[in-house]
Ligand binder design. Structure first.
Ligand code: SF4
Length: 356
């Protein structure tokens, strides 16, 4: 078994850390782990810039046939009323974002039983024709598989059709890539193999994606690393994952509300461990949306190097009772106060504006 000292040297030497060794890091002191995470961040990304993007999530419906136990967003009879946005509603929200200098829209929704590929193409096509400069980082692997099933078409054809209509990239919304857990918390959502297949389909269609991690749903440390291992392997094979975003599961108002939420230390350790293990992903986002701005700020010193979006609107996490919006002045202050240089970036991580 590797000693802590040997592991320390491997990390600081920049070596790739195998899954069985990275597991030891969960027992490390937080400050030591955070320093190691920040050192690996400097290897992957030597600048002190921390980016954020002006974006808006448009959750166009909460009607969802998956009805995951960990989700507080989807419509539930007598509990959460259902809604569907009209095309005019969607266009108005995009217009409002553009009016405040925003550049990216995330269209995401529940797996509506009646929506076929045609519906999604119409949304993308209409938004892109009206606002050709807006970047559409939209849908999710689960939604793409849903479209594929509803339209009886291969995922490759779905991705190509959406790309032709104007879709720019797809968030890799990964939840936890462990089938044992998925069978418990989201049995009707996609499997790990289906998630992987969607990412490879995006790769074949020359589209970018990202990866996320929702932890704190009763998984073991080994399963957390199993998730990271899949992401590292997929990134080795495709190189299309622009960012990794870990966040903790918020049990409030879900059907798993009796679970205790993960703690701040759990989160900071997860960020540092992800940074050390995922040696092939440049951007690790500090998840202010679920962890709060203060914890996200500390994450910037332990391996994270991006603050994600300003999020003019978000509903899915808000459904759990968490505050889900900020403004760029607040992010600039938080980033500067962490000793970093705030930059507004675009969806391809190019700098739009630097706040020196
Ligand atoms: S997490 Fe997504 S797929 Fe699951 S119930 Fe919520 S909206 Fe539906």
């Amino acid at each position: 078994m590797i000693t802590n000292n040997e592991l320390f040297h491997k990390i600081y030497h920049g070596d790739r850390i195998p899954p069985e060794e990275v597991l030891h890091l969960f027992s490390w002191d937080l400050i030591d782990l955070g320093k190691a995470g920040d050192m690996r961040r400097r290897l992957a990304y030597p600048k002190e810039d921390v980016g954020f993007i002006m974006d808006r999530i448009v959750n166009f419906t909460n009607i969802c046939e998956a009805a995951c136990a960990f989700c507080a967003f989807h419509a539930r009879a007598n509990l959460i009323p259902s809604y569907e946005l009209t095309m005019d509603d969607i266009l108005r929200k995009v217009e409002e974002l553009i009016a405040v200098g925003g550049t990216q829209i995330m269209l995401q929704g529940g797996l509506h039983p009646d929506y076929t590929l045609r519906k999604y193409i119409d949304i993308v096509d209409t938004v892109k024709k009206r606002f050709p400069k807006i970047y559409l980082h939209s849908f999710s692997p689960a939604e793409l598989v849903h479209m594929s099933r509803k339209s009886a078409l291969p995922v490759d054809d779905v991705v190509k059709a959406l790309k032709d209509a104007g879709l720019d990239s797809v968030p890799g919304a990964s939840d936890l890539l462990v089938d044992r857990v998925r069978k418990k918390v989201s049995p009707k959502k996609i499997t790990v193999d289906e998630w992987r297949e969607v990412i490879f389909s995006l790769y074949r269609n020359e589209m970018k994606s990202s990866a996320t991690m929702t932890y704190g749903m009763g998984e073991t440390h080994e399963e957390k690393i199993e998730h990271l291992k899949i992401i590292r392997e997929v990134q080795d094979d495709t190189g299309i994952l622009q960012a990794f975003i870990p966040w903790s599961f918020s049990p409030a108002r879900t059907r798993m509300a009796n679970m205790l939420p993960a703690t701040g230390i759990d989160y900071l350790k997860m960020v540092a461990i992800a940074r050390i293990f995922l040696d092939n992903i440049i951007y690790i986002q500090a998840g202010w949306l679920t962890e709060g701005l203060k914890l996200a700020q500390i994450a910037l010193t332990m391996g994270a190097n991006d603050m994600g979006g300003v999020l003019m609107e978000e509903i899915v996490v808000k459904a759990t009772g968490i505050k889900t919006s900020t403004h760029h002045q607040e992010l600039v202050r938080i980033i500067k106060n962490a000793g970093k240089i705030p930059v507004q970036r675009d969806s391809r991580y190019h700098v739009i504006r630097r706040f020196g």
